[in-house]
Design a protein. Sequence first.
Length: 258
Amino acid sequence: MNFREYKELVHAPKKDHMAGDRLYRLERNISVRISWSLYKFLPFIQANHVTGLSFLILLVVFFSNFVRSVDWPGYFTIIQILALYLVVLTDKIDGELARAKELVTQKGVYYDYTVHLFYPFIFYFTIGHYFFSVSGQFLLFYLTILLSIITIALVEFRAIRILIGEIIQKNNLNIKDLVPRTNKKKTNWPLPIRLLNYLTFMLYAWILFYYLVVVFISVNNFELAYKLYAIHIIYCLVILAYRVFWQYPHQKLFKELR
């Protein structure tokens, strides 16, 4: 199998997502070259090995918060963010290897999903701990931890919606507010709205780059960076509340029901 055939194979399930998100498409074009190299030249490496590397990076980043450099805290955090971006890439590489080797396993899916659960907490903890360690302000740090915990819960929402659909079907419930499946064309929101959406917790890579810029700013202007950090955390909590208490139960909760 040459590279073109490999790329076509491993990207087949992701084409729709790649077409609608330029950053995601760029990341996939990077990850596919790495996974191809592993597939071609290091065939003994399996998808679960790459997932294990993701766990290792997450653990190193988490515990490194407690040995943070006092002299260069901003630059230390930039390194942590870059390390977390490696997890974004390895999360794609393991799936590509699994599809190429036709070794998609229950254990692999479980570990991959577990990475998705741990990643938001460690990411937000790292950001919150940095700003707390420099500013000494507890409140925003607590709000950041709250955001990370609820974000993890939101990762579960897709599975919860599927479960609700199964319960409805099994018990033959007559749901009055069922949201039917439609072929309605996806709304192409204006760029400012899309940018605001990109800065929410649902698109991890965009948030990662946002904080890479914010932490870099903090090296020379911590007060401005802290305000940008506070605005983002509060904004995400507001959007989270909207999604949990309004959008999901009114629009998305039953969408998996067939």
